[in-house]
Design a protein around this ligand. Structure first.
Ligand code: F0G
Length: 456
């Protein structure tokens, strides 16, 4: 088999800025060792997120010019609606400015005190939007999903027995909906199998609990199903995606991922009464029902992106390029979540920096070293992002301490990735020099975005 190549050629380029190690040391200090506070111009390779960072295609840019900016009933909205209806089968398509706006609307109308929202693993904004209403966000990963080094096909699955136990414990009437996040971002970018989605729906149906997908990375998930799940090899990724959505009653979507755009999202659902409540809120907080916080041109770019993302040459290249990074790091024995996820590699900071305890933030130490050594920006997904304090002020850590290297879509080439591999290997070789951190300032929610650190 020949090398899998980028299935595009480059028409427009954007220079990246080189800095010295000394400059980066100062930049880190000025940013209080928080990568979110570094200026993007000071970053050489930006792996902070795969969200809103995709390169759009010539057709998407052409669509931007075609955008109809009518306040109500724009042609671009109808293209957007038609594309998403055909893909998901959901009747009601509600545009939002990004994923979390869809979450905010969905949980405002379904959440509240005394309610529970189960999910394979909530993404941080999803958890925050659930908790903001007073409801409890319950993560139900499988045992497999909690073992970083274990190689298995569908480590993103939801724990169906755990879900059954939750329903019995708190009562179906207190579970307004169940969510499955595809792929499971906070759980290592791991896919969810079709069998798991189908079984979850079967259980929920008995209790009349609707199932929603957090569909940000639905195409990557569908591709993994095609490659790994028996019976799907000969189906198109579009058919597989369609089947995934067929078991759900709705979805939230951050178009900034698998719709290959820089901004946008939507809430889609089948229940007309719920949709009309959602639309009322949309008008208050986002905009009229046919644009919801987006320009007509954004709606065009999303519609086009949702077609392009299902191109199997694109998905082959996409999943392969993340896998390539993972395989190279694994062969250098760098500890990471196995197997490689769809959009990112997650370094296992607990094993990578095993001399730094969770309350000294081993992931943050690695994040800072990757920037210092190579100008690479990544993000901690562990005690910084999810840590909470108990009543005595002691840090309660999540099960995993990870560092995410998220790969923007269609942005970096193989030589960029080779450089990343070299930098990670260098940091790993000198891991004993890594030092922990202390938080000196933090916000009450989503603290990782603004927290300030001091080296310990
Ligand atoms: N759900 C998942 C699984 C996500 O990964 C994200 C965003 C959201 C919801 C929220 O979408 O950003 O459009 O409001 N994830 C980004 C990331 C930020 O870096 O993983 P949004």
């Amino acid at each position: 088999m020949k090398t899998i190549i980028e299935p595009f050629k480059i028409k427009s380029v954007e220079p990246i800025r080189f800095t010295t190690k000394e400059e980066r040391e100062q930049i880190l200090k000025n940013a209080f060792y928080n990568p979110f506070l570094i200026h993007a111009d000071d970053v050489l390779i930006d792996l902070l997120t795969d969200s809103g960072t995709a390169a759009m295609s010539a057709k998407q840019w052409a669509g931007m010019m075609e955008g109809d900016e009518a306040y109500a009933g724009s042609r671009s909205y109808f293209r957007f609606e038609k594309t998403i209806r055909a893909l998901t089968g959901f009747e009601h398509i509600i545009p939002t400015h990004q994923g979390r706006a869809a979450e905010k609307i969905l949980f405002t109308i379904t959440g509240g005190k005394g309610k529970y929202i189960p999910n394979n693993t909530h993404f941080d904004t999803t958890r925050a939007n659930v908790e903001f209403t007073g409801a409890e966000a319950v993560d139900l990963p499988t045992e497999e999903g909690k073992k970083p080094e274990l190689i298995a096909d569908f480590k993103g699955n939801i724990n169906i027995e755990g879900l059954r136990a939750l329903i019995e414990r708190v009562g179906a009437e207190n579970i307004p909906l169940c969510m499955i996040t595809v792929t499971n971002n906070s759980g290592g970018g791991q896919p969810v199998s079709m069998a798991n989605i189908r079984e979850t729906k079967k259980l929920l149906r008995r209790y009349n609990i609707p199932l929603f997908l957090d569909a940000c990375r639905f195409a990557e998930n569908a591709y993994f199903i095609k490659k790994r799940e028996p019976g799907y090899a000969d189906k198109s990724v579009r058919e597989i995606a369609r089947e995934m959505f067929s078991y759900a009653d709705g979805c939230t979507m951050s178009a900034k991922k698998d719709a290959l755009v820089n901004m946008g999202g939507f809430l889609a659902l089948t229940d007309g009464a719920l949709a009309s409540k959602a639309r009322n809120l949309l008008i208050v907080t986002e905009g009229f029902t046919t644009y919801g916080g987006l320009a007509g041109r954004d709606l065009e770019a999303i519609a086009q992106g949702l077609d392009e993302v299902l191109d199997e040459h694109y998905l082959t290249y996409r999943i392969r390029s993340v896998g390539y990074l993972g395989e190279r790091l694994a062969s250098a024995r760098v500890p990471m979540v196995q197997p490689p996820g769809g959009h990112a590699i997650y370094l296992d900071a607990k094993r990578f920096a095993d001399h730094i305890p969770p309350d000294r933030y081993p992931g943050q130490a690695i994040v800072c070293a990757l920037y210092r050594v190579g100008g690479i920006r990544t993000v901690e997904i562990g005690s910084v992002m999810f840590g909470k304090y108990d009543s005595t002020g002691k840090l309660m850590s999540p099960p995993m301490e990870l560092v995410r290297l998220a790969i923007p879509r269609r942005v970096y080439t193989q030589s960029h990735i080779d450089y990343v591999i070299e930098v990670v290997q260098e940091v790993y070789a000198r891991r004993n020099e890594l030092r922990g951190f202390r938080i000196v300032e933090e916000a009450p929610v989503l603290r990782h975005f603004t927290a300030k650190f001091e080296m310990k």
